[in-house]
Design a binder for this molecule. Structure first.
Ligand code: 4NP
Length: 147
């Protein structure tokens, strides 16, 4: 089974949102989320993101806490997806050289960080659209025998 990890700065707002939205769309992949930083290490999903899950009835793990991406993650995941342009450039700097081609951008435009904008609804719209686009892409790859 393909392994996918969504990555943002803190792993409390955007990447857990992408993790559980994607899990609500498919059960064909192993899906997790991580932080580029250790700033929020051990902290729960932000209340604003939990509010989105409740509003849109997206099942999620209340016990999930922030975890920084590490060496084993770079080896084990097939798709390592940064939520914004700086997440992607941080990942490219952090990862072993032979892993660089597993680093992707979530969407052509960075997903706004609600930690700064306060707008969790806007972020949710972008995450929902982006996850659907990723799912279509992954299913197409599978059909083409690239899994
Ligand atoms: P996230 O948002 O990267 O979407 O989880 C942030 C969470 C925490 C901080 C920054 C962004 N922080 O500065 O602690």
């Amino acid at each position: 089974m393909k392994k996918i990890v969504f990555v943002c700065l803190g792993n409390i707002c955007r990447s857990p949102m992408a993790e559980f939205v994607m899990k609500s769309l498919t059960n064909k992949y192993e899906i997790e989320s991580r932080a580029t930083s250790s700033w929020e290490h051990g902290n729960p999903i932000h209340k604003g993101t939990q509010g989105i899950f409740q509003e849109y009835q997206i099942p999620y793990d209340k016990h999930k806490t922030s975890l920084q991406i590490g060496r084993e993650d770079f080896e084990s995941f097939d798709y390592i997806i940064g939520m914004d342009a700086s997440n992607v450039s941080d990942l490219l700097q952090m990862c072993p050289e032979d892993v660089q081609d597993k680093i992707y951008s979530f969407a052509s435009e960075s997903v706004p960080d609600p930690w700064y904008t306060g707008d969790f609804e806007e972020t949710y719209l972008r995450v929902q659209q982006g996850c659907q686009t990723w799912l279509d892409y992954l299913e197409k790859e599978e059909k083409n025998g690239k899994d």
